[in-house]
Design a protein around this ligand. Structure first.
Ligand code: G4P
Length: 530
């Protein structure tokens, strides 16, 4: 098969949602359709559920929180689907942001009763900034929830999207009769049988036919007709081009738990979702169809197999083919590297592959060469647009709690930061190390991993910081910058990349600093552009 054919087969996407909206359940049902797992209704089955949540770390098992981000791939109707799993827990939001740099589209899951929730807002705003095509799946229609039109309004207003319903529910909760699929012109009747695997649909292209009364009763039939008329009057028709540009978001309704509306979502998805997209590098835009390999690291995962303490760097292939044992340039290190056992992912398994294509994710065993954002090429000095760091929310000093293990602690902290678990700041004044995280839970993860993976012990001490801001002086030699550096020396630190950071202790002090030193620009992300 030619490179172009391989590319046209691939769909690489992520599912994003607020925790508990049904992301895991939907992922599982999608895998069922791909034949990648065998059991229907397996959500109650812990084993499969753990598999689908990509639970590789012990701490995750202990807490039942999806810490990891990994890849689940399957074939459906001749398409190779790669789902990049994202942790739902808000303390791991940065992990999810990074994963969003590797997806070509996303599916947003919303709970019909809860509507748009906080985590969904944050994640969708990142997708909007990057113009990522989005499909919306409103889940749990088997339960009482908000009115469909109110929900569509909420999605438009809170998420800033322009929606177009592709399906519409007939009733809800106790009265839930099924879904009218506008995209396919058919009706899918709800049976409430959670073990049901493949759905039967009824072709129905004329909702004015009296047959509708026979199927769903006259009240629901009339309501559906009115609703569809309203949909037609209020919402723009589906426009594939607008969807692909991130300007329109098709909406589906269903119940992942009952495997209802999932097939429609998947069928439409493979029809309209983008194939691997071109990607902007600092130097130029790279097309997937280019012959030479390029790819970048978006995730580093440690300890996938507790028996072998290894790290796996996840590379998204942007162009060309990735071949086993072929030398590639690690651009940041300016070093050629060969990989004898690149991993591909299939359902919950990983296996060694000889060749991978744009859109695919390859897992490379790593002994500490890779950092998030690193680029691999066939020789070109290419740098994919960086993945920005956001200001952490929490800051603590990290202290060595076992003087004999200082080396292990430093190595562990270094490697965990390369993985992007948290951000490290080194104070300019005294060299003390500060760990910044998005959520307090990460401190426990770090402590646990340092102890179990590196044999090092640490303790924390509070360090009151309101926000970390990256410092961009207009001119390092100007008097204003020199004064800023002198007066604020207690609050200045270097991040992992050696960039200067101002750790403001309050909103007031941040504001005062900005006013006093206008030529010293303070940024809330490590890079100007997403
Ligand atoms: P998440 O990954 O987004 O965090 O959500 P997850 O799929 O784990 O689903 C959260 C809860 O919502 C689960 O119940 C799940 O069974 C339920 N759920 C998912 N889809 C539907 C649906 O379509 N209808 C209904 N009624 N419930 C749904 P749980 O009790 O928290 O977990 P479990 O014991 O069922 O595993």
């Amino acid at each position: 098969m030619s490179l172009a054919q391989e590319i046209s087969k691939r769909r690489t996407f992520g599912i994003i949602s607020h925790p508990d909206a049904g992301k895991t359940t939907l992922t599982e049902k999608l895998l069922l359709f791909g034949g990648a797992i065998q059991e229907a209704g397996a959500v109650k089955n812990n084993k499969i559920k753990k598999g689908a949540t990509s639970d590789f770390m012990e701490i995750e098992r202990q807490r039942g929180i999806s810490v990891a981000t990994s890849v689940l791939a399957f074939i459906y109707k001749d398409k190779k689907i790669n789902i990049l799993d994202t942790p739902g827990h808000k303390d791991f939001a940065e992990d999810t942001f990074r994963t969003l740099t590797a997806v070509d589209s996303v599916i947003v899951v919303i709970d019909v009763a809860k509507g748009v929730e906080e985590q969904t807002e944050k994640l969708v705003s990142v997708c909007r900034m990057r113009n990522i095509p989005m499909l919306v799946f409103i889940n749990k229609l088997d339960r009482e929830g908000k009115d469909a039109f109110d929900l569509l309004d909420e999605v438009e207003q809170k998420l800033g999207l322009t929606v177009t319903p592709m399906s519409f529910p007939i009733g809800m909760g106790y009265d839930f009769k099924g879904i009218y699929n506008i995209y396919e012109s058919n009706i899918n009747l709800f049976s409430g049988d959670s073990k049901k695997n493949i759905e039967d649909t009824l072709a129905f292209d004329d909702v004015n036919s009296p047959e509708l009364e026979k199927i769903v009763g006259s009240t629901q039939a009339n309501a559906l007709r009115e609703n569809l008329e309203l949909v037609q009057g209020v919402y723009p028709p589906f426009d594939k081009d607008a969807y692909l540009k991130g300007n329109q978001q098709p909406v589906f309704f269903g119940s992942a738990l009952n495997n209802f509306g999932v097939r429609e979502l998947l069928d439409c998805f493979i029809d309209i979702a983008p194939t691997p997209r071109p990607k902007k590098a600092e130097e130029r835009i790279v097309e997937p169809s280019e012959k030479a390999l390029t790819g970048f690291v978006f995730k580093i995962h440690a300890n996938m197999d507790p028996k072998h303490r290894d790290r796996l760097a996840f590379i998204k292939i942007v162009s060309g083919t990735f071949e086993r044992n072929k030398p590639y340039l690690h651009v940041r290190n300016n070093k050629k590297m060969k990989f004898s056992s690149p991993n591909a992912f299939f359902a919950e398994k990983k296996e060694i592959v000889d060749i991978s294509y744009p859109g695919d994710i390859v897992g490379l065993h790593d002994t500490g060469n890779f950092k998030i954002g690193d680029t691999l090429t066939e020789g070109e000095s290419l740098h994919y647009k960086g993945i920005p760091s956001f200001s952490p929310e929490h800051f603590r000093y990290i202290n060595n709690a076992d003087p004999l293990k200082a080396k292990q602690l430093n190595k562990g902290v270094d490697q965990l930061m390369d993985e992007g678990v948290a951000q490290l700041f080194t104070l300019e004044l005294n060299g003390r190390k500060i760990i910044g995280t998005v959520g307090a839970l990460q401190y426990e993860v770090i402590q646990y991993r340092l102890e179990h993976e590196y044999g090092a012990k640490c303790s924390y001490e509070n360090f009151p910081v309101y926000k970390a801001c990256w410092v961009v002086p207009e001119d390092k030699n100007n008097e204003e910058f020199k004064e800023f550096s002198r007066i604020k020396s207690k609050f200045l630190a270097k991040d992992k990349r050696g960039q200067l950071v101002f750790l403001a202790d309050s909103a007031f002090s941040l504001q005062m600093t900005q006013q006093k030193y206008p030529t010293v620009k303070l940024r809330f992300t490590s890079e100007a552009e997403l």
